[in-house]
Design a protein around this ligand. Sequence first.
Ligand SMILES: Nc1nc2c(c(=O)[nH]1)N[C@H]1C(S)=C(S)[C@@H](COP(=O)(O)O)O[C@H]1N2
Ligand SMILES: [Mo]
Length: 513
Amino acid sequence: MRNRFAYAGFGILATLVGVATGHFVASLLNPSSSPVLAVGSQVIDLTPTPMKEWAIRQFGTHDKTILVGSVFLGVLVFAAIGGLLARKRFVLGAALLVLLVAIAGYTALSRPAAGVQDAIPALATAVVGVGALWLLDRTWRRAPLTGSAPSEDTHGEARGASRRGVLVAAGALAAAAAVLGGAGRWITSYRTRPENIDLPAAKDPAPKLPAGLDEKVPGISPFRTPTKDFYRVDTRLTLPVVTSQGWSLTIDGDVDNEVSFSYDDLLAMDLMERDITLTCVSNDVGGKYLGAARWLGVPLKDLLDKAGIDSTKADQLLSTDVDGMTIGTPLDVALDGRDSMIAVGMNGAPLPREHGFPARMIVPGLYGFVSATKWITRMTLTTYAEQDSYWTKKDWATDAPIKISSRIDTPKPLSTIDPGRTVIGGLAWAQHQGGISKVEVRVDGGAWQEARMGPTGGQDYWRQWYLPWTAEKGQHSLAVRAISGDDEKQTAARATPFPDGSSGIQEIVVTVA
Ligand SMILES: Nc1nc2c(c(=O)[nH]1)N[C@H]1C(S)=C(S)[C@@H](COP(=O)(O)O)O[C@H]1N2
Ligand SMILES: [Mo]
């Protein structure tokens, strides 16, 4: 029995050392080729959309930690089985480990921008994992430990020594796993540390953003989202390793001449600065997947003009990120005069890695999944008939304007507040539809009351609002709806985020006591 436990443990330990080695080797080559991350990314890509939606709803931004954790646990179960097999026949156990690693290697190689070198971490994992299993097996077999304590017979000393041998080997392997895994993490974070870059000033600056209701309405979202609090949504498990000097942006496809821009080329062009609110299509009514920032970038039109698209037959601007992930943007929308840009700056600093360093696309009024390509490296003029992008392959919409919506920030849903004078406050947005002209609040199903509006940051920016309220003891329901500058009223008709964004009205319940 103990024997079995020991071997299950051997399988797990050998796998841990192997995976840590793979992680370490990947940190030197390409962090996303690390076995567990490669499998995790594959799982993300293969997960059916409704399940992904469910996971985002259940786990929020922790969805990836949970995903990697589950992949890891799954691997450990197989590792334990491998260990048990190795107890009977070493080759069988080793074969199972190799099979596991082969799957990881295969997934690493099948990533869009993968090269043969992306198989190296998996190879290292296999060699070290099998080697560790072999070492543990051999140390154990030298003197099988069946008793619970070293017996006092003539072999006692030898058995004691061997037990120590197993413990020493296991301890050394566990330490090696911790060191390699830790080193891998550190190297990856070192290679993705921020670069020191001074961005030029905008030729076409944005007007100063008004103060907003931040001070006046406690609990309301700030008028400009601090970069560190800006929501993040992407398919990645690690940040791409890319330097400003090793990066370029190519425009190809149906153009007069293919052109490429270096990072310095972009900074040398006329930059514009705009306040724009970004929104994720996965945002539920009342959700947190949106943020407002000041973006600095090159107008998209200026870049496309250099490639020449006057006679293009393209209807899609297909952008590709440094790892081959694609996003399709309707070309006519992007070029209809709105402030579409390739951004290099966010809130007065270079784009952070999380938000697309060195450059990303921003198109006001479109959900991020059809416009906001981070780590962009290529824009291809093509047609929807010819080429699918990452999400349209999963049946998400191709053209996805942001739907007018609003959210209550304060009081918090299901919270308990003191009776008396208070304020209901929050945000509303209708990017590129005239912004927000009016917000209405309904208390306990009564009449819609007009809220007081915060200042405007332009039609591509969200707007804060508040309504003073005298809260009486008991349970109350609060609802909000917005009206756009184009005079469109937020609909009460419920829609899920899939395939082109949620709709409906947020209604929350609070207790006054
Ligand atoms: N390369 C890349 N760009 C991407 C994505 C992605 O998965 N990969 N996600 C998109 C989605 S769905 C959204 S909502 C925005 C989010 O941008 P943020 O993370 O900076 O808030 O980025 C978009 N750009
Ligand atoms: Mo998104």
